[in-house]
Design a binder for this molecule. Sequence first.
Ligand SMILES: Cc1cc2nc3c(=O)[nH]c(=O)nc-3n(C[C@H](O)[C@H](O)[C@H](O)COP(=O)(O)OP(=O)(O)OC[C@H]3O[C@@H](n4cnc5c(N)ncnc54)[C@H](O)[C@@H]3O)c2cc1C
Length: 382
Amino acid sequence: MSVTPSDIQEELVALARSFAEKEIRPVAAHYDETEETPWEPFNKASELGLTSYDLPEEFGGGGITDLSTACLIHEELTYGDAPIGNFIGSASFFAGVIVELGTEAQKARWVPPLCGPNPKLGALATTEPEAGSDASAITTHAKPVEGGYLLNGSKTWISNAGVAEYYLVFATVAPGTRSKGITAFVVEAGDEGFSVGNKLHKLGQRCIPTHEIFFQDVFLPEDRRIGGEGKGFSGLMKKFDESRVLLAAGEVGMGRASLDYAVEYAKERKAFGSAIHTNQAVSFRLVDARMKIDQARLMAHHAAALADAGKPFSAEAAMAKLAASEACWFSAWACCQTLGGYAYSREYPAEKWLRDAKLEELWEGTSDIMRLIISRDMFPRV
Ligand SMILES: Cc1cc2nc3c(=O)[nH]c(=O)nc-3n(C[C@H](O)[C@H](O)[C@H](O)COP(=O)(O)OP(=O)(O)OC[C@H]3O[C@@H](n4cnc5c(N)ncnc54)[C@H](O)[C@@H]3O)c2cc1C
């Protein structure tokens, strides 16, 4: 298959590309260095609808709910900068399960505040100190009590924690039953008993705030539960399938960023009297990067097309994320090799691209877990 955007998609790509060029790339190093939350590009993006384009129109979003278009837009934003692009695109990570499983009243309560200029932020919290890859092993307990639930436990590595107003928290209503008891709830920042721990300082994608969060006897009325008891795990897995396709598109954007830079550098830099690209050791490395990135783009769009057609796409989403995260890592590495010693200087962007790329092989399922998903598709359990 090929990726040939329609006229409308081309317009959206042009908007995202120009925003990334003017408002994201020039400030990327600043936010990396300071680890400040990138409010300025985020709020500017919100004025153009880029923070909520993928939320339903009836709740204030842009109504672009097909993954194929979202992939095109996200690739451009992360071409500007991965963490700022991911921060700008984070609304549906919180809202996706609510749109899928929530009641109309719940959608009307939590989706509109994420839309329009200067919107509120959400976060999605499943990972715990003792349960990451094995999401069904979470122990945060939502104990059924009169009128609702009492929530106790903690989550770690939560992106947007501290700056988010709303948290989609996965907890078990029946400890010891693994995925069967897992249920989704919305916790609001001001809820009594909810607190945010210290900021976690990271290797890359530093400007996305990441914290532990804690729940101590947080009372959640019934209407904070999203979907039925025990329906959270399947909702989470579906959300991950979709967000892995988007992550793959973002990784393609990241890979392109480092590749483009390396190609220009290889044209300018001279060694032994010639531009370094005239050495096949240099140009072939960049050829490989280009090929891996293009393969990954096709895989991301293939998975997106299946999703948009309502067909199963879990394995394709996992393959796309695996291939794209490896492609963007390879491209960042090849960029560093191309720059030689200058790659190691913080005056140049290559080392940042390498640091940012590492995360892509870890979050929302490590590369091992992607392989596990793909192998289960090939060798189904009987
Ligand atoms: C910067 C950052 C932001 C994040 N943001 C969020 C967020 O917003 N919300 C959220 O809920 N989580 C978030 N996470 C958590 C992330 O999704 C987990 O870190 C990830 O799923 C891996 O879990 P773990 O760290 O517990 O590793 P573990 O599960 O402890 O895995 C450790 C190693 O064992 C391997 N492994 C484990 N099980 C298997 C298996 N069955 N087969 C083969 N290999 C296996 C893994 O691949 C890995 O190499 C974030 C993480 C980071 C680093």
